[in-house]
Design a protein around this ligand. Structure first.
Ligand code: SF4
Length: 438
């Protein structure tokens, strides 16, 4: 009888309707980008992998702690991570560069964060965009299959992390200003189309991006919404690159140079969980403060960072390396940096859930800062390797390092970082830091 009861039928429908519907996936629609894993093992070194309860259950049932005779996880401030060796490598990384869990149990039995890398699912209120981390060597080298060939696998992985497919994020255009329908898509398309312009040098393209990011930061956006916002975006981009010629730049101000180096250090800072536990909180914080001050001062030898990434180079030597645009590898570097910037915007990693929940305008400014930091670091790596010019390897390593923390490390989404961006927005700071190294 219950089957004929109209109330019970409507309850069933209600139950089904109230079940959250997974957002549709949009895998980075960038034809210029490819990826397949080539097993270099780089992502198994240095990354701290946070574990979910399902990961912990798998690791326990696989019996690793007993078999390896040591714990394979570590707890720190209420979170459980995969344990790393003293050199930063994951305890499961084998000498041949392969993952032991993968080898013995298959890809789908690894912790979900390891499976997902380098894909970065970013839900907004209508879909889940899937961006890419340029911390992956194959992504930087643009090697492998078309991205859409990974769609089935990404669908499976994201369903294991339900929050990646839920519309919980309200897209913001600027501080305290929710985006209206289509505003952010308009902005993303306009930025992407501008960055794709092969008739302009990448220096001009990034300079233009910096000008747009600063101009939108100054604009009274509350007065130009929806259609008028779209008109504003079209107007700003149509003024490029001609407008830049009427706005000549002075040299980087000393304070801007200091803040840029500080921003680079913030992106290199890398405290491993086991080190932080051994050293203790205050010793760790003090060491970070001293290193940050040395970067800010910018004189003498660069302090030890990121396990000796910069060797024994001095800040003075870094200043002698030419800009990326002057490199003999300019074309390859341009392809890399432009792909990165486009993938970040179109893949949803420039703002919103992909970047600390930040509104689009500040997210664009952060993208400019990240590009400038990567360019500075590429010059630093060139200097530390004895190169007169930045090589494509220097540029790849620098960009991978900078993107490693972008959108992940809590301190890059902090108030301090916001203040730094505010400062760069003044006195053409965003444009000047781009011109300095790109
Ligand atoms: S860095 Fe990229 S190519 Fe290398 S092992 Fe990780 S996912 Fe594969």
């Amino acid at each position: 009888m219950s089957g004929s009861n109209p109330n019970s039928a409507s309850h069933r429908d209600e139950d089904q309707d109230s079940r959250p519907v997974a957002l549709p996936l949009v895998v980075l629609p960038l034809n210029a980008q490819r990826y397949s894993c080539h097993g270099c093992g780089n992502c198994c070194r240095d990354f701290t992998v946070q574990l979910r309860p399902a990961d912990l259950r798998k690791l326990t049932s696989q019996g690793w702690a007993e078999r390896l005779g040591m714990p394979v996880t570590i707890d720190f401030r209420g979170v459980t991570y995969l344990r790393q060796r003293d050199d930063g490598a994951c305890v499961f990384l084998m000498d041949d560069g392969l993952c032991r869990i993968h080898k013995e149990y298959g890809f789908a039995e690894k912790p979900i964060a390891c499976q997902m890398f380098p894909f970065v699912p970013v839900p907004d209120d209508r879909r889940t965009r899937v961006g890419l981390s340029f911390a992956c060597q194959s992504v930087r080298e643009n090697k492998g299959a078309e991205l859409r060939s990974h769609a089935g696998e990404i669908d499976r992985m994201t369903r294991a992390v339900p929050e990646t497919r839920l519309a919980t994020y309200t897209a913001m255009l600027a501080d305290a200003m929710s985006a209206k329908d289509g505003e952010l898509d308009t902005l993303a398309h306009a930025v992407d189309a501008y960055l794709a312009r092969g008739d302009l040098t990448f220096r001009d393209r990034f300079d233009g991006l910096a000008w747009i990011a600063a101009s939108l930061g100054r604009a009274k956006l509350a007065e130009v919404r929806a259609t008028r916002f779209r008109e504003l975006v079209a107007l700003l981009f149509s003024a490029l690159p001609g407008e830049l010629e009427h706005l000549p730049l002075e040299e980087l101000l000393p304070k801007q140079a200091r803040l840029l180096r500080q921003a680079v250090y913030a992106r290199l800072e890398d405290v491993q969980v086991n080190q932080a536990k051994t050293k203790g909180r205050w010793r760790t914080v003090l060491a970070q403060l001293l290193t940050s001050r040395a970067f800010t001062r910018g004189k003498g030898r660069v302090p030890f960072v990121a396990r000796g990434l910069l060797g024994e180079v001095s800040f003075e030597a870094i200043r002698t390396v030419s800009t990326l645009s002057e490199s003999p590898d300019r074309d390859a570097i341009e392809d890399l940096f432009v792909r990165y910037a486009r993938a970040t915007v179109v893949g949803g990693r420039a703002w919103g859930a992909g970047y600390y929940g930040w509104p689009a305008v500040r997210g664009l400014q952060a993208l400019v800062l990240n590009l400038a930091c990567a360019a500075w670091l590429a010059r630093a790596l060139a200097a530390s390797r004895g190169h007169e010019d930045v090589t494509i390897e220097d540029a790849r390593d620098a960009l991978g390092r900078i993107d490693r923390h972008a959108g992940r490390a809590p301190w890059l989404g902090s108030v301090g970082e916001r203040l730094r961006l505010e400062y760069f927005r003044l006195d053409d700071g965003l444009r000047r830091i781009v011109r300095e190294s790109v």
